[in-house]
Design a protein around this ligand. Structure first.
Ligand code: UDP
Ligand code: MN
Length: 263
């Protein structure tokens, strides 16, 4: 299938590490879809060439390069910078349907069945389940939608300052309109949920399909011992074995498949 793609975003070299592990995890599980990554000019040429070896398409978007009418209004809202960059995924109109995935996600199995879903499909947010989490979503690229989103951003901003608030306000009937657009939580399992509802995790967690390392501390912020293949625990890890095993998985992919490309 060449007109459908998984899409991620990395605005700097640090987030590229996440994008690379995500892309590699999709390859490891033999996706039949294309892999695309959006980057900004800040990303170094070294990482661009590594990205090209994992992704089918590396697309540079400019944070300031936007649809003319709302460009100026958005320039007044610098806090929407990264948010705005994520919206560029709607401009990938050479694809008929895409699945966006944050660079801090990781697939645990083949998830190509996500393409059976329609725009706008996403999983509940563990912090406020009537909102979706914008780390994994199904969408249809469209310049019309893109421009409506930009206009909406300029007029209303975002209630959380990020893309998630904006997208939840824009696709505001998600919570009630069509249960088919609610992805199971297993497609966007936040590592924090693992320890906020332990019995549910113990019961359902074995079927997890996508892990999302949301929050301030990302997998690449931990230390990893290449000899023992252990993620180093420091005070910030919550002691959850499951969380540790997801982190180890991330680091296994990073050390086995990505580090060699960076050398
Ligand atoms: N992102 C990026 N550069 C940044 C911050 C975010 O490229 O400086 C992208 C990246 O794809 C990331 C997504 O935007 O996964 C959303 O940000 P993040 O995952 O940090 O937010 P969280 O999921 O923790 O709320
Ligand atoms: Mn994220």
């Amino acid at each position: 299938v060449t007109d459908q793609a998984f899409v991620t975003l990395a605005t700097n070299d640090v987030y590229c590490q996440g994008a690379l592990v995500l892309g590699q995890s999709l390859r490891n599980h033999r996706t039949s879809r294309k892999l695309a990554v959006l980057i900004t000019p800040e990303v170094s040429s070294g990482l661009r060439s590594v990205l090209r070896s994992v992704f089918d398409e590396v697309i540079e978007v400019n944070v300031l390069d936007s649809a003319d009418s709302v460009h100026l209004a958005l320039m007044q809202r610098p806090e929407l910078g990264v948010t705005f960059t994520k919206l560029h995924c709607w401009t990938l109109t050479h694809y008929s349907k895409c699945v966006f995935m944050d660079a801090d996600t990781l697939v645990l199995c083949n998830v190509d069945e996500l393409f059976d879903r329609e725009e706008f499909s996403a999983a509940p947010d563990s912090g406020w389940p009537d909102c979706f989490n914008s780390g994994v979503f199904v969408f249809r690229p469209s310049l019309k939608t893109y421009n409506l989103l930009l206009q909406f951003a300029a007029e209303h901003g975002s209630f959380d300052g990020g893309d998630q608030g904006l997208l939840n306000s824009f696709f505001s009937n998600w919570a009630t309109a069509d249960i088919g657009k609610h992805l199971p939580f297993l497609y966007n399992l936040s590592s924090s949920a693992v320890y906020t509802y332990v019995p549910a995790f113990n019961h359902f967690g074995r079927d997890a399909k996508v892990v999302h390392f949301l929050g301030a501390t990302k997998p690449w912020n931990y230390k990893y011992n290449l000899q023992t293949k252990k993620v180093m625990q420091d005070g910030t890890i919550d002691g959850s074995l499951h969380q540790l095993s997801f982190l180890s998985l991330w680091w296994n992919i990073y050390s086995a498949s990505i580090l060699p490309l960076l050398e």
